[in-house]
Design a protein around this ligand. Structure first.
Ligand code: PMP
Length: 308
């Protein structure tokens, strides 16, 4: 995956290599940053950013959670993202990452971890990222790591430091030659995978953990719920799920900007039918890819073209 040449740094377009952070950077020492992840897709008409406004809104909400008060307005962030992709002459599927981070202690601020009395930096970078459309699916484990509860790190915000939890789970999955890990909450209910939400299908019924289960309010999760309800006529029940329901499932799939809609082929070695051509997961996955590529008229409003 290749980073693009230009990035936005504190509202200026600069070269990727010009952005360098000193060792004293607060976010580097303490994980005090927030970010979001957005995809743009190529189709016959050009490049379209998928659900840009929903991602910007979540990014700004994340910024507010950690007290980044000088982030530009929604419309300004939007314009910056579009200008960045134009400047980078994007011609294929790509990924966009806005990030705000705590930088340097203000004069008279004592050494140590804190959110106020620290300067803020704000960046947006982009990189080429092909869709995972042709990946058959992932083998997953149920992680030994529990999901960070909302009353430890607010789970509706994408806080950089919180991703240690995700990285540990992902690493554990790799040690079992699996591609991802589903984490449970302290009460044993299902939360989410390292960077995606989880859906379970049993006897043609679709379930997903509710927002009370320490999950990120995923844009792809909302997209799938909408597509299921209004295009495919499939109901989704949002409720707490027990870990046994994962092992007893017919199908499981993960949703996220990075993973898109990813069938889970095996969970803890138990084979599922999520990847088969007749699965419900496949139907949802097909509709999802049609929506991101602008093939479904009713969802064209989800796309923001970067070249007009
Ligand atoms: N959960 C976590 C922890 C994530 O990092 C992500 C990726 N942003 C998701 C879920 C999926 O969210 P989205 O569909 O908005 O990318």
């Amino acid at each position: 995956m290749m980073h693009h040449d230009y990035v936005v740094f504190n509202n200026q377009l600069v070269n990727f290599n010009e952005v360098v952070f000193p060792v004293s950077t607060q976010a580097l020492n303490y994980g005090t940053g927030v970010f979001d992840g957005i995809r743009a897709y190529k189709n016959k008409d050009g490049i379209n950013i998928f659900r840009l406004d929903e991602h910007i809104q979540r990014f700004i909400d994340s910024c507010m959670t950690l007290g980044f008060l000088n982030i530009p307005s929604h419309n300004k962030v939007r314009d910056q993202i579009i200008s960045l992709l134009q400047k980078n002459q994007v011609a294929d599927d790509c990924y966009i990452r806005p990030m705000a981070l705590k930088r340097a202690l203000l004069p008279n601020a004592g050494f140590g971890v804190k959110l106020s009395d620290v300067s803020n930096d704000y960046t947006i970078n982009s990189l080429g990222m092909p869709s995972l459309e042709n990946v058959e699916g992932f083998n997953c484990i149920i992680s030994k790591w529990r999901r960070t509860p909302n009353n430890s790190i607010p789970c509706e915000a994408k806080v950089t430091g919180g991703y240690v939890n995700s990285a540990l789970a992902k690493e554990e999955a790799s040690s079992f030659s699996c591609q991802d890990a589903i984490m449970l909450n302290y009460d044993g209910t299902v939360s989410e995978a390292s960077t995606s939400n989880v859906f379970v299908i049993k006897n043609d019924k679709i379930f997903t953990p509710s927002l009370e289960n320490n999950i990120l309010n995923g844009v792809t999760r909302r997209t799938v719920i909408e597509i299921c309800k209004n295009r495919l006529g499939l109901d989704i029940e949002e409720r707490s799920l027990k870990s046994e329901e994962l092992l007893d499932a017919d199908e499981i799939f993960l949703t996220g900007t990075g993973l898109e809609v990813m069938p889970v082929l095996k969970i803890n070695q138990v084979a599922l039918v999520s990847g088969t051509n007749t699965s419900i997961t496949k139907r949802i996955r097909r509709a999802f890819y049609r929506s991101v590529r602008g093939e479904l008229d009713e969802y064209l409003e989800w796309l923001t073209p970067i070249y007009q």
